[in-house]
Design a protein around this ligand. Structure first.
Ligand SMILES: [Zn+2]
Ligand SMILES: [Zn+2]
Length: 374
């Protein structure tokens, strides 16, 4: 294989901004977002209770508010309405695609649990990596990488049925082109106090897996199968994020860029909250090792923090394995069809997005639910 494999040690240092963002394989229409803001309903720093003060205010479109909500169990609870700005408060966006087959600059890509530097040589080696000679993201004569560097090309390449003209492209586009220019606000409704589920639920039916403290959503797994089927690469930047026209900038990997809240006891830092209100911590603790007692959801419990998750390694195209807590109905936030809510019940073990069309792990398309395609 002509590609270089890097076990995930991506510099958390933000790199130069090219104000470029990526558009994944499907991204069409679908609701905007929004919601009104009101003064913060202060959350106490108590284990097991969501602490809104941990979010960087610069990453929020409005102060966090509290409201009554109905959980997936039917129980009435208190939820926090968190409006993520959709542009990271603490790092630049991009770069994504290299410009030539020798360009050392680019983002990252993942395959089968491994993370790769998305540089020029990686692009050149794609046919070997995927054992498919149809991969050719570059001009053989000039060595120039084909990149969707205009709004129009991003839109065309981002269609679920990728415009044939944009097959064999490295897909990225400018953050300036989405939302009002600079991002799309993402509203999440998260139970203030996590409510344990009787049995774990699949991470599906939600428009986001969780919220990072810097104003970016941790998203559902990218539909890698659909992306590579069209010989496209939906490039991630070194921070594990990219952009589409449905939800703006979002993460598919946690590489250590976003705001971390240290635990003070050597335990892995907290990086955000999951959609069920449980804390999300970094993969590894101060010694560089992930906990050894994680359950299938990638969570465990300790006396200090209660139940919490440790996110998967950045090559895994997922953050957690399943949900141990109830989620708010309708709490998936924007990106879901009207009335689709956040609680479409997919069985544990199913991994595909499912957002109200009744299809779990089935063939998803923009026709049945565009929001499934990220
Ligand atoms: Zn832990
Ligand atoms: Zn994506």
């Amino acid at each position: 294989m002509a590609t270089r494999h890097h076990p995930f040690r991506i510099s958390p240092r933000a790199r130069r901004t090219r104000a470029a963002v990526l558009l994944s394989a499907c991204a069409l229409a679908l609701a905007g977002c929004g919601s009104s803001g009101a003064p913060d309903g202060a959350a106490a720093t108590v284990p097991g209770i969501v602490d809104a003060s941990l979010f960087d205010p610069a990453g929020l479109a409005a102060p966090v508010t509290e409201e009554d909500c109905t959980l997936s169990s039917g129980k009435i609870a208190t939820c926090l309405r968190i409006q993520l700005k959709g542009a990271p408060a603490d790092h630049d966006v991009g770069p994504f695609c290299p410009r030539t087959v020798t360009d050392p600059t680019g983002g990252i890509w993942f395959k089968d649990g491994s993370l790769y530097d998305l540089d020029g040589p990686f692009v050149k080696g794609l046919s070997s990596l995927y054992d498919d000679p149809a991969w050719k993201l570059y001009d053989e004569t000039t060595g120039a990488v084909r990149v969707t560097d205009t709004r129009e090309s991003c839109l065309a390449a981002a269609r679920p049925d990728v415009d044939p003209a944009y097959e064999n492209y490295c897909v990225e586009c400018s953050l300036d082109d989405v939302g009002d220019g600079g991002g799309i606000v993402r509203t999440l409704l998260i139970p203030r106090r996590p409510e344990p589920r009787a049995t774990p639920a699949a991470v599906a039916g939600v428009s986001a897996v969780g919220a990072a403290f810097n104003g970016v959503a941790f998203d559902l797994p990218a539909p890698v199968g659909a992306i590579i089927a069209h010989h496209t690469i939906a490039a991630l930047d070194d921070c594990g994020g990219h952009v589409n026209f449905v939800v703006g900038y979002h993460y598919h990997a946690a590489t250590g860029c976003s705001r971390e809240i240290g635990t003070g006891d050597g335990h892995a830092a907290q990086i955000g909250y999951a959609i069920d209100g449980h804390a999300m911590h970094a993969t590894a603790d101060a010694h560089g090792a992930p906990p050894t007692d994680l359950d299938a959801c990638l969570g465990h419990r300790d006396a200090v923090r209660g139940y919490h998750y440790h996110v998967a390694g950045p090559g895994e195209n997922r953050f957690i394995g399943c949900l141990q807590g109830e989620i708010a109905s309708g709490g998936g936030g924007e990106g879901l069809p009207p009335g689709g809510g956040g609680s479409t019940p997919c069985a544990a073990g199913q991994t595909s997005a499912c957002c109200g069309d009744g299809t779990c792990d089935g063939p998803e398309s923009a026709a049945d639910c565009a929001a499934d395609c990220r």
